[in-house]
Design a protein around this ligand. Sequence first.
Ligand code: CA
Length: 234
Amino acid sequence: MQPQSGDALGAPVLLIEDERDLALEIREELLGAGYRVECVQTLEAGLSAARRGEASVVIVDRMLNGADGLSLVETLRSEGNLAPVLVISALSTVDDRIRGLKAGGDDYLVKPFALPELSARVEALLRRGAATRATWIKVGPLELDLVEREARRDGERVDLLPREFKLLEYFMRRPGQIITRAMLLEDVWNYKFLPQTNVVDVHIGNLRRKLDSGDGRRFIVNVRAAGFKLDAES
Ligand code: CA
């Protein structure tokens, strides 16, 4: 593999975790994977470390001596800090996961997890980091210009309504991940409760018609009994 800018080697990771044994294990794993690691145990220390803006990835536990790590993510986002954040938590319901992603977390890993899984998630966040912070996103032949609010497929402009644009952006920020209808209703439509509605399917149908240009290629594919995912990398 060619070395690239943004190479994972030596990238600084900030770990905010108050369980000492777990923090040590994670640190060991990440050092072994070639990262530099700064460990802190409290929300306050994590916030001031994150505010220095050096960390390429922030890993934060949700339960920090009675404080919720998600409040740190919300604070950082409200300050315009877009460092990729991996939330780790013993809270494992779909609601908890959605709350973690809605607070601005980029990924959510449920405890207990295998340490190599954590490394793999950190690596994925680093790879994605550059794209998500930029003013445009590119996944396979799909491109979004977030400033001009323009979508392109194979370089050709695709006219999208604002909601369709938001929907596509949501998928393009999570390529290959399973996206449930509940996630879309909460995050793209901002529903606080989940109504019985086919609004998601209707909009995805419209978006597909605009993206798919008759060559049989489908970018947003169904995942049986789960939802959808964006398949645009090949
Ligand atoms: Ca904890």
